[in-house]
Design a protein around this ligand. Structure first.
Ligand SMILES: [Zn+2]
Ligand SMILES: [Zn+2]
Length: 277
């Protein structure tokens, strides 16, 4: 778990970078505008939920680019979070989920994994743009801010568990994107404890390059609990927030949830992701 000093150093380094580099939109490299200059609200049909407010990301995005991000708004599948067009006030499961065993209670993605969201994640993961973690972690926080099923997270101190990278992939990339998202999320929701208790035991082929059935086979035996014995107690009996950048088929998140429940004795696992692929 990072100390307060580490988080402070991260804040400082971002501040210094802000002095060196002029503040430009990370989407179009145009000038940024002050928050009070624009304000747009978006209607949602989710019962009793707060209305999401656009222009939360003025520190990183101009209003035009921010309007290109597509939040996952109801109606969406109550299990996998896949969004549908139209209106529905009742909870439903999509056809994809009706015959699947998924170990998480439900998955919630903040934004549709298309367009600018997809491009930002690609830059963050594959082009070494670690500085995007502030924006992307804040975008991930929209899940907790907008979904009533997640409203108790901070009061009940649900642990944040990042989906792990294999040590070899970690050395190649230099950081684990899910862990970086957790760090940013924790700054906005300080009541959420960080619990990096999963490890990746097998170096697997990139899931994104595989078909659906191959993804499931590719993951068998790929994850385990951390070897540190006290870590086993950190999720026992708790509701756990499992964090990753993107949910596509849900196979990785489901396998991680299985380990947390079967070996970590977690009461339940909820998957939150920045994007729903
Ligand atoms: Zn822009
Ligand atoms: Zn579904």
């Amino acid at each position: 778990m990072p100390s307060r000093a580490t988080l402070l150093l991260q804040d400082l380094s971002e501040g210094i970078l802000g002095l060196i580099y002029p503040s430009l939109c990370v989407g179009c490299e145009g000038p940024l505008v002050k928050p009070e200059q624009t304000k747009v609200t978006v209607e949602t049909s989710w019962p009793n939920s707060p209305v999401p407010v656009y222009n939360r990301f003025t520190r990183w995005l101009c209003p035009e680019c921010e309007s290109l991000l597509e939040p996952v708004c109801p109606p969406f599948c109550s299990l996998c979070g896949n969004a549908f067009f139209g209106r529905s006030t009742v909870a439903f499961r999509c056809a994809n989920c009706s015959h699947r065993r998924l170990w998480f209670d439900f998955a919630r993605g903040a934004f549709r994994g298309e367009g600018l969201t997809r491009e930002l994640i690609h830059r963050f993961k594959y082009e070494n743009h670690l500085e995007l973690r502030g924006l992307l972690g804040t975008m991930l926080g929209e899940t907790l801010g907008n979904d009533p099923r997640l409203a108790a997270a901070e009061n009940e101190r649900w642990p944040l568990v990042p989906v792990p990278l294999h040590s070899r992939r970690f050395r190649e990339r230099g950081y684990n994107q899910a862990w970086e998202l957790c760090l940013t999320l924790r700054r906005r929701f300080p009541g959420l404890p960080l619990a990096p208790i999963l490890r990746r035991t097998r170096y697997t082929t990139m899931q994104a390059s595989l078909h659906r059935e191959d993804r499931l086979n590719n993951l068998q035996g790929a994850f385990a609990l951390s070897r540190l014995p006290w870590n086993r107690h950190r999720v026992s009996g708790r509701t756990v927030l499992l964090v990753d950048d993107v949910l596509t088929t849900g196979a990785t998140l489901s396998e991680c949830a299985r380990i947390l429940i079967e070996e970590g004795r977690a009461a339940r696992v909820i998957a939150i992701t920045l994007a729903r692929g």
